[in-house]
Design a protein around this ligand. Structure first.
Ligand code: FCB
Length: 466
């Protein structure tokens, strides 16, 4: 192939910048299966999914999309799509089953093989160290509300950097610490299912600390060209009206949803309004000298996961709520417009709002969309095709919003579609399908949905055609 052949097709009407990364994303517990193989021990999600009533249909990640045994097949699918990058996560209990001590060789071997096969396929590996599967032993010792868990995470990051450092292009410390802290320890809809506002705020702080300590470990072991990053599910918060009370409700959610991570990580400080808002819950005395400095170790990019916006007004939320300190002041409203199968509103404008806000708030920080996508009730028709026009419309609208944000000066370097495969969608089990590749969970047969063919075309063109 000549350099000319490799150039994106100039017929795309919305062309993305040269070098833009086109990827798909997955997470270990959602696709791997092989939950008890090769030394892996239970994570908090193995435990949580076995508690009756916590996950729809009693589904677990025991088998999931059986990716552990189908790595080569799944990489072949990615080649077919033409993705430049693949974002996956490492299952901590697979490589360090108790969350302490030396690594399990077989666990490391699995990720080494995955990374080597990706590189052989010309696909850049983007690894996330924590996508919610805490080793159960660490939860039994107190979990994320305990400071020691952050220390353990730093050590685990060091192990992974030592094992694979030179081969992984981008290391992401955490995926969506907001969900892990506030859904896991606040309203308990995610593992480990605790319901304590104080525990959720302690967890959030220890995630910031764990991130900072992991960055330190990664930097000390990685070659200079490796990138280090963090992925947040930032909330595109909109007040219902411009009344002072509604605007203040939005400020509260921005504090406990966004700035609780952005301020420590990018500015080495806690938002003072968050400290005031949460005074009935905590005095933040668990934050020790030097913690915020550790949390703000410089990173190379910020990953953003976006699905839909958050509309708020003054009022109160039903208990139990994940919004520590804000429950009595904020009510949540459905955004208007069409919905996905998750009942999440389809609203690409929220992504544009987020990206242009970050352009202004974090100048000089490259941005990457590390997740965006939609669940619909897909099925294979008698001809074997999976027609998902709503997903194509969703993706097109959101990519157009990313393009518009880039034109408006946001430094967006890549887009990872969630998800490559239908998978275990946490508390929804297998009832929600986010993949652009359909998985028949009875046979593990993979079928490219229409959206997969569409995405392959977008990648080949380097943008959206009219
Ligand atoms: C995000 C998670 C991801 C997936 C999508 C739908 O919050 O990071 O694992 O479940 O939502």
């Amino acid at each position: 192939m000549t350099a000319l052949d490799a150039r994106p097709d100039t017929t795309a009407t919305l062309r993305f910048p040269a070098g833009f990364r086109w990827g798909t994303a997955t997470a270990a517990y959602q696709i791997e299966g092989a939950a008890a193989e090769d030394g892996r021990t239970p994570s908090i999600w193995d435990t949580f999914s076995r508690i009756p009533g916590k996950v729809r249909n009693g589904d677990t990640g025991d088998i999931a999309a059986d990716h552990y045994h189908r790595v080569s097949e799944d990489i072949a699918l990615m080649r077919q799509l033409g993705v430049t990058d693949y974002r996956f996560s490492v299952a901590w209990p697979r490589v360090q089953p108790t969350g302490r001590g030396p690594a399990v060789q077989k666990g490391l071997d699995f990720y080494r093989r995955l990374v080597d096969e990706l590189l052989a396929a010309g696909i850049r590996p983007v690894a996330t160290l924590y996508h919610w599967d805490l080793p159960q032993e660490l939860e039994d010792a107190g979990g994320w509300p305990q400071r020691e868990t952050a220390q353990r995470f730093g050590e685990y990051a060091g192990i992974m950097a030592g094992a694979l450092g030179d081969r992984v292009a981008t290391w992401t410390t955490l995926n969506e610490p907001w969900c892990a802290a506030f859904l896991g320890y606040g309203n308990g809809v995610h593992a480990p299912g605790r319901t304590s506002p104080l525990a959720s705020l302690r967890a959030a702080h220890h995630f910031n600390l764990a991130h900072g300590w992991a960055v330190r470990e990664l930097r000390s072991r990685l070659p200079a060209q490796c990138e280090v990053s963090l992925t947040l599910n930032l909330h595109a918060v909109r007040p219902l009206s411009d009344s002072a009370a509604d605007v203040d409700a939005a400020r509260r959610i921005d504090a406990v949803g966004n700035r609780i991570f952005l301020d420590p990580v990018f500015h080495g400080r806690l938002p003072q309004d968050l400290v005031r808002d949460t005074a009935p819950v905590t005095d933040w005395s668990f934050v020790r000298d030097g913690d915020l400095e550790a949390a703000s170790a410089p990173i190379d990019s910020l990953g953003i996961n976006y699905y839909s916006p958050t509309v708020v007004a003054a009022g109160s939320s039903p208990a139990p709520s994940p919004w520590a300190g804000a429950e009595e002041h904020v009510r949540f409203l459905p955004a208007p417009g069409p919905r996905t199968a998750m009942d999440w509103p389809v609203d690409a404008e929220g992504l544009y709002e987020l990206l242009t806000r970050l352009r202004d708030d974090l100048p000089g920080v490259p941005l990457v969309i590390t997740e965006n996508g939609a669940a619909y009730d897909d099925y294979a028709d008698p001809s074997g095709a999976v027609k998902d026009p709503e997903r194509v419309a969703y993706l097109r609208a959101h990519l157009a919003a990313v393009h518009r944000a880039i034109e408006a000066g946001a430094d967006v370097r890549g887009y990872f579609l969630w998800s490559l495969l239908d998978n275990f969608e946490w508390a929804y089990g297998y009832s929600k399908r986010f993949g652009i590749v359909h998985v028949d969970f009875a046979t593990q047969r993979r079928t490219l949905k229409d959206s997969a063919h569409w995405y392959a075309d977008v990648i080949a063109r380097g943008g959206l055609s009219s």
